[in-house]
Design a protein around this ligand. Structure first.
Ligand SMILES: [Zn+2]
Length: 211
């Protein structure tokens, strides 16, 4: 595995996250975070929408960690919201995929839709980061998304899982596809010393209004 490549973030990926941060924290809130993370110079302009890697994984993880620390007990919830917003930014960039996916899934069960969405996320991740190890786990009908070399918690050490951005992204993707509110839990995280980050999809809590 090429560690050099793993330790960098694709411009398009960083761009999506920055747009989502701005959406959730506002113009001033996001600028303050860039400054606290000492990334205001590097992030003076939005990265271009391409797969070049001009940012270090440390910068990306540092930015997210700064949000977590700055907002204290609300930090995880805010990062979760940024993850949800990131999913909508990805969707907006792919209107034809979105229309096709909705049509294809219309006759499927929620479980089939969840599997389809997790596979779509895995595909997208492999296209952006061909070196990365990412896969779907199906244990007795419980689906999990697993990612090695996670960039969200890159270089972090923590007592508990910290990839709130990813749980937000996955839960919003599943919510969009099923019209139901599923909870996503991170049950393993490289920040806590695990070999990978693992996100399981819990059963539906209740029906939401999304169609
Ligand atoms: Zn993690």
């Amino acid at each position: 595995m090429d560690r050099e490549n793993d330790a960098a973030v694709a411009n398009a990926h960083f761009r999506q996250t920055l747009l989502a941060i701005r959406q959730v924290l506002g113009e001033k809130g996001s600028k303050d975070i860039y400054q606290s993370a000492k990334l205001d110079v590097k992030l003076a302009a939005l990265p271009p929408d391409n797969l070049d890697r001009t940012f270090k994984a440390q910068d990306y993880a540092q930015l997210l960690h700064t949000i977590e620390v700055t907002y204290r007990e609300r930090g995880p919830w805010i990062l979760h919201r940024i993850g949800k917003e990131s999913f909508h930014i990805v969707l907006r960039d792919q209107p034809s995929w979105m229309a096709t996916a909705k049509r294809v899934m219309s006759l499927w069960s929620p479980d089939q839709r969840i599997e389809f969405m997790l596979e779509a996320i895995i595909d997208a991740q492999r296209k952006t980061y061909p070196q990365t190890e990412v896969w779907l786990e199906d244990k007795d009908g419980q689906l999990a998304y697993i990612e090695q070399s996670c960039l969200v918690c890159y270089g972090r050490q923590s007592q508990e899982p910290v990839c709130y951005l990813t749980t937000g992204f996955i839960s919003e993707a599943i919510n969009w596809a099923t019209g139901k509110e599923f909870e996503v839990q991170e049950t393993a995280c490289t920040a806590t010393g695990d070999a990978y980050c693992r996100f399981i999809v819990e059963t539906a809590k209740h029906q939401s209004n999304v169609t």
